[in-house]
Ligand binder design. Sequence first.
Ligand code: SF4
Ligand code: SF4
Ligand SMILES: [Zn+2]
Length: 261
Amino acid sequence: MDLEFLELTERQARFIISGTAPAFVNSIRRSVIADVQSMSIDDVNFYNNTSVLFDEMLALRLGLIPLTGGEHYVSQSECSCDGEGCFQCQVSLTLNVQGPATVYSRDLTSADTEVVPADGNIPIIKLFKGQELLLEAIARKGSSKNHAKFQSSIATSYKYLPKFSINECNGCKECVEACPKHIIQYKNRSVHVIDELQCTLCNLCVEACDARAITVTGDPQSFVFYTESDGSMSCKDLLLTSVESLMKTASELAEFLGTFA
Ligand code: SF4
Ligand code: SF4
Ligand SMILES: [Zn+2]
């Protein structure tokens, strides 16, 4: 199996994984989505809310704000406090704003300087003169198996690596017009694909070519994998954590099967 990273930043990762099967790549995708835990606001105590939104709507908005850090916290179900809530499984964030003002995620004050909104400029609500918001939000650790707000990855997907075969053609340029990604060019009396990785394998260029001069297929053993982080952790940590989880599951399965040997 080969791995070639095309891009790895804090928020985005794209790589080609070759010599493997779709099931394996899909297991990475599922693990990135569901096995990685992060902190999210899970409970909100409202002390004063004279804004135009109900408590429940504000609580939903607060829950969807990505929070950084929290590696050393455990989920409430795994904590020794038996669900009571303690410094090992929850963090308190307070919000106290009087209108007129637009309330942003940066207005949340966290008891743990590492567990803070990943982006400070997420608008929560606009308060008019005389309106007030005073609340305590409790952040806990969880995975998207429990709620989508704990999902750190967004737009996680993979596709077959596109492969092109272009024979001599009549130069009608129909394929150039048909490609929605604008990656086909007709130059020097021949057809060229300028950025193969952008191809979505839609086959519109193939259908447009009456001369049957162009074919596009997906390599069944090579895939382009893409994921984005919501900012709660780096893409590197996201991928490492998911792969560790897969390895743990695989070794548990091997151990289980070993009992039948
Ligand atoms: S398969 Fe679709 S995206 Fe790919 S080159 Fe052809 S028209 Fe463009
Ligand atoms: S549509 Fe076919 S024949 Fe026309 S330029 Fe494209 S590859 Fe050549
Ligand atoms: Zn606890």
